[in-house]
Design a protein around this ligand. Structure first.
Ligand SMILES: Nc1ncnc2c1ncn2[C@@H]1O[C@H](COP(=O)(O)OP(=O)(O)O)[C@@H](O)[C@H]1O
Ligand SMILES: [Mg+2]
Length: 314
């Protein structure tokens, strides 16, 4: 590790062997992990060349024990999620300043994406549904959801998106991975229709069941989407907001992935799984009926659990 002193920030959410460290002077972050980290670093270097707002990779390689590491520049002290929490004033309202900062970074990301469309091949949208929605896992854990009806809704979504440019996307875009200086944590990257990342940045908050501590109000969500549509138009691309429903259908599958508990005694985990199943069904029903999904109509986890009562227990 050279002469730099590193402090552990956290173990990585989606990689049991990985961790994130910060240097003593706070100027760089180090990620450690296995081979997936190698492709994350290569991807980040590739999109840095496409003007994506990402931290610059400063160094990467293998440590003496074979662990891979990537050092990148610090984009500053706090993620927008941390800023949102810090600016709460006893209530739950997301601060307008955080929404504006998000809109600014999202516009930069969207512009870079729109300026560099990729040729994903004839099957790209179907592959996006599979990768971004983790459908293989979701349908294995929830076989009752693998129905002609769900498959038809997903086909409707990909048909609707046929004219959207395909671009390199983040797939886990949201306040925790956005800093005023750019976007971190690209481990899930893949090819997406334009808008999938940025359009959902405020829409993903309700999937946490109210546990995030803050919520965006309808005006903030609308204003944010208006900025995204303007950024898309300025880049010569179609607006992204008409596809919110199609995007959310796929995102509701993503949030259902890996949720089924192996230990039936874990009542809390069982309830969270049932909650995400409920949100998926609610989104699916709205999308089929109206072509859109309004996340403001989602219940909180507590509200859902109260409505379930004892009948919801395994
Ligand atoms: N380049 C960076 N600049 C500033 N903060 C960073 C940077 N990289 C990581 N962090 C901090 O470390 C935390 C964890 O990093 P992240 O890659 O998002 O891990 P995870 O994969 O577990 O979500 C972030 O929430 C952020 O606070
Ligand atoms: Mg993260």
């Amino acid at each position: 590790m050279g002469t730099t002193d590193w402090r552990l920030v956290k173990k990585r959410t989606a990689d049991a062997d990985g961790a994130v460290y910060v240097s003593a002077d706070g100027t760089r972050y180090r990620r450690t992990g296995g081979t997936a980290l190698r492709s994350e670093a290569a991807f980040q270097q590739m999109v840095a060349g496409l003007d994506y707002p990402v931290p610059q990779v400063l160094e990467h390689g293998e440590m003496s024990d074979g662990t891979f590491f990537v050092d990148e520049e610090s984009l500053g002290g706090q993620s927008l999620h941390e800023r949102a929490l810090a600016s709460l004033d006893g209530g739950r309202e997301l601060s307008d300043q955080v929404v504006d900062q998000l809109a600014e970074v999202s516009s930069r990301l969207l512009s870079a994406q729109a300026a560099h469309p990729v040729d994903g091949g004839p099957d790209a949208l179907r592959q996006w549904v599979e990768q971004a929605g983790w459908t293989h896992n979701v349908f294995a854990e929830n076989p009752d959801f693998d129905t002609p009806c769900t498959r038809a809704a997903l086909t409707k979504a990909t048909d609707q998106l046929a004219d959207m440019p395909l671009v390199w996307g983040h797939l886990d875009y949201g306040l925790p991975n956005v800093l005023p200086g750019g976007v971190i944590d690209w481990q899930h990257h893949g090819v997406t229709p334009l808008g999938y990342d940025v359009a959902l940045a405020l829409e993903v908050i309700p999937f946490k069941g109210g546990a995030k501590g803050y919520a965006a109000n309808p005006e903030q969500r609308e204003r944010y989407l208006t900025v995204m549509d303007s950024a898309a138009r300025a880049a010569g691309s179609p607006p992204v907001s008409p596809h919110l429903g199609a995007f959310l259908l796929v995102k509701s599958l993503f949030f259902l992935a890996l949720m089924r508990p192996t230990d039936p005694a874990r009542v809390d985990k069982h309830q969270k799984w049932q909650y995400r199943r409920h949100l998926h069904l609610k989104g699916l029903e709205q999308y089929e009926r109206t072509g859109n999904v309004d996340t403001a109509l989602f219940p909180t986890l507590d509200g859902f659990a109260a409505g379930q009562g004892v009948a919801g227990r395994p």
